[in-house]
Write a new protein. Structure first.
Length: 469
């Protein structure tokens, strides 16, 4: 009887969803689906990464269960595909947090002042709600409390600061600077000092009851496009609505996407399915347009400030979606600024199958940073790192001592698919035999002139990319 009642209830819910969508015209359905795509894109992308990294224990991208730190004693390569535009500068450590039972305490060790590190706290809305590290808290040791939405309590003794996530599931992304290949053992020592424990363990008190088990909808970043609205329906159940989301959540409910209610794309009519897909396509085009226009073009590089906390976005769902698509889990501009480009200085599309390119930094005019800078190569279509014969995915400032300068003291980088020759290989950034996506990273950019800040308006400007004659 119980099973039959459940099935009957489920059938009724599915019928209700189909009926609700049927009450809308195709144009209305398309419009809401478009808004749903834009609003939900970062939530869905984050959910897919969370599933791959912390839930799917048998998957190739799995890192560690919730509330356990996974240290990567390496930098990312072309084999890492869960996150687009991955950083290959700093070995990562990942900590996916389940804050439902109780808060978590994150402790960091003393880190030598020359080494940059940062712990970025990002929630299910992809809001960067806090930082620990060189810029934000310094390189001294300390313990910090991370709490979920609705937590009420006083800051315990021994805790330096309390950070509040807007969602019960969150991620802490650790970036630890690597100076060169021989430096990896030192990075490993720093990573070994990163600790995470429940508040009850920190206080040496009994643990509260475990949180209920969740049957997560299996998801991969590759599957987002084919199953987007199912993923949104699953992911949104883990994201409590804020007051500024009331209107968009009401619209989502009209097409059957709402917390706790099952959604199955297969149950929609052909006409409804077409409206959903057209809405998704229109939303994706809006996101791409914002990425291209919501930034300043400086010598062909796009520079903007896309990442921040809830107050930063102020309900601007399009900007939030553009940030996620441009590079999920990007830093606030004050932590790192990311000039990016797909074109050369004349506006022509970068294509390694057609041209060789150069970037030249004039003497003394490297990116102005307190930490370090890099230029990373990605495939223009997938925005993933590319396989290449020298396993080099970027050129960064720690590599400068081993690079060749020009007679006037300037530095030229060679961006091409084939080696520029043994005499220039130290300055070679291998490119795909196809379109190119380049990202410059300025970690802890300087505020005083010359500076790239405010993003896109600063006095320092990245040099344009030039096609070789």
């Amino acid at each position: 009887m119980k099973t039959k009642a459940i099935l009957t209830s489920l059938s009724f819910a599915l019928a209700l969803i189909t009926a609700r969508a049927a009450d809308l015209t195709p144009a209305e359905t398309k419009a809401i689906a478009e808004e749903a795509f834009i609003y939900g894109l970062p939530i869905v992308m984050n959910y897919a990464v969370m599933h791959e990294y912390a839930v799917d224990k048998g998957g190739p991208q799995f890192k560690a269960p919730f509330n356990q730190i996974k240290n990567e004693a390496r930098v990312f390569t072309y084999e890492d595909t869960a996150i687009i535009t991955p950083n290959s500068d700093t070995p990562y450590s990942f900590l996916w947090l389940d804050l439902r039972p109780e808060p978590m305490v994150l402790s960091v060790p003393a880190v030598e002042k020359e080494r940059y590190y940062a712990v970025m706290l990002c929630d299910g809305n992809t809001y960067n709600y806090g930082y620990i590290g060189s810029r934000a808290t310094g390189n001294q040791p300390g313990s910090y409390l991370v709490v979920g939405p609705g937590w009420k309590g006083e800051k315990p003794a021994g805790i330096k600061k309390v950070f509040t996530s807007t969602t019960p599931f969150s991620v802490a992304g650790y970036r630890t600077q690597l100076f060169n290949a021989e430096d990896m053992p030192n990075v490993v020592k720093v990573q070994a000092g990163y600790k995470a424990q429940p508040l009850s363990a920190f206080l040496k008190q009994p643990a509260p009851p475990a949180a209920p088990k969740i049957d997560f909808l299996p998801a991969t970043t590759a599957g987002i496009q084919a199953n987007y609205f199912q993923y949104l329906d699953a992911a949104i159940q883990l994201v409590p609505p804020a007051p500024e989301e009331k209107e968009v959540r009401a619209k989502l409910a009209k097409i059957g996407i709402a917390s706790g209610k099952p959604f199955d794309f297969k149950n929609l009519s052909a006409e409804q399915k077409e409206a959903f897909m057209l809405g998704m396509k229109a939303g994706d085009e809006k996101v791409d347009k914002f990425l291209a226009s919501g930034v300043k073009n400086v010598n062909g590089w796009n520079i903007g400030s896309f990442f921040g906390d809830r107050a930063f976005f102020k309900g601007n769902w399009l900007m939030r979606a553009a940030a996620a698509k441009g590079g999920l889990y990007g830093n606030d501009a004050v932590e790192a600024t990311y000039p990016f480009t797909r074109v050369d200085s004349t506006g022509e599309t970068l294509d390694g199958s057609k041209h060789n390119y150069t970037i030249t930094f004039r003497a003394g005019q490297y990116p102005p940073v307190n930490a370090f800078w890099s230029v990373t190569m990605y495939d223009g279509k997938s925005q993933l790192l590319i396989k290449n014969p020298i396993n080099r995915y970027l050129i960064n400032s720690p590599m400068l001592p081993n690079m060749k300068k020009n007679q006037d003291g300037s530095l030229t980088l060679y961006i091409q698919k084939d080696s520029p020759g043994a005499d220039k290989e130290s300055n070679w950034l291998p490119a795909p035999n196809d379109t190119i996506y380049l990202v410059m990273r300025l970690y802890w950019p300087k505020i005083e002139p010359p500076s790239i800040l405010p993003a896109g308006e600063g006095t320092w400007k990245p040099p344009g990319i030039v096609a070789a004659k």
